[in-house]
Design a protein around this ligand. Sequence first.
Ligand SMILES: [Zn+2]
Length: 283
Amino acid sequence: MAGRWGPGGADCAVAITFDHLGEAAEIQLGSVPPDAPTGQHHSVTRELPALLTMLAAHAYSATFFVEAWNFRHYPHAVRAIAEAGHEVGWHGWLHEPWHRSTAEEIEESLRLSLDAFAALGIRPRGARPPAGLLGPHSIDLLAEHGFDYVSLAGTAFGTTVGSTARLPLLPYPWHAVDGAYYVPGFTRLRVPPGDEPVGPDGLLDGYAAIVDDTAAAGGCVGLIFHVPWQDRPERVEAIGALVDRLAADERVWLARADEIADWVRDRPADFPAAPHADRAPAW
Ligand SMILES: [Zn+2]
């Protein structure tokens, strides 16, 4: 039986996505003071150009979930992403972790973000709340602020719509985050948990297992890379290899995150709302 994903009836849908740009997350974490000079972060001057070149060579249109602070501080970089045919999504204003933020802090983050979108004339459709969890906040808040879909951490590969506002959901498991393979302190997120970072081959093996699980579940998934961590040529090359591998996999509809969201939204009979999903998927 044909699957339900994409024009070819694939078993699952996969989007390759990128998070973080500039100093935003580092300022939020306190490793860069808020008044430190900005404008020359390596993720903007080195990693982003290398990624855009690689993606063009492999003919894949990706999604970059960017902290909206960058719309003000690195407008040329945000424009370069969009002008290269990629989707620009939203990843907080300054990477505020939603599960540790008050309602007032989230409202302020959204207000600053919407102003920055308007100033640059680029309006993200997708929202990936920083740190992957909503905490006490509702998906409805994102719908009210004009977002069309949401991407959250969760082990449910399945489906799709997740709130009274019925935003399509692009889930990702924690072991679909590149840090689980590359960054000390995150390696316990791997399946099985690891004690040490591994190289790109380990990441590709881990992501292949996630795609196997997603195809078996008939779901969709986002695979995550962080722009600042693609600081070695072999890591960038691994993403190109992943694109080629997924494009050739008949089980997989390799698409952009907003394309997957539109596919779900347009087919409510195929993608019914998950029960009890007014806040987030189960994990
Ligand atoms: Zn993040």
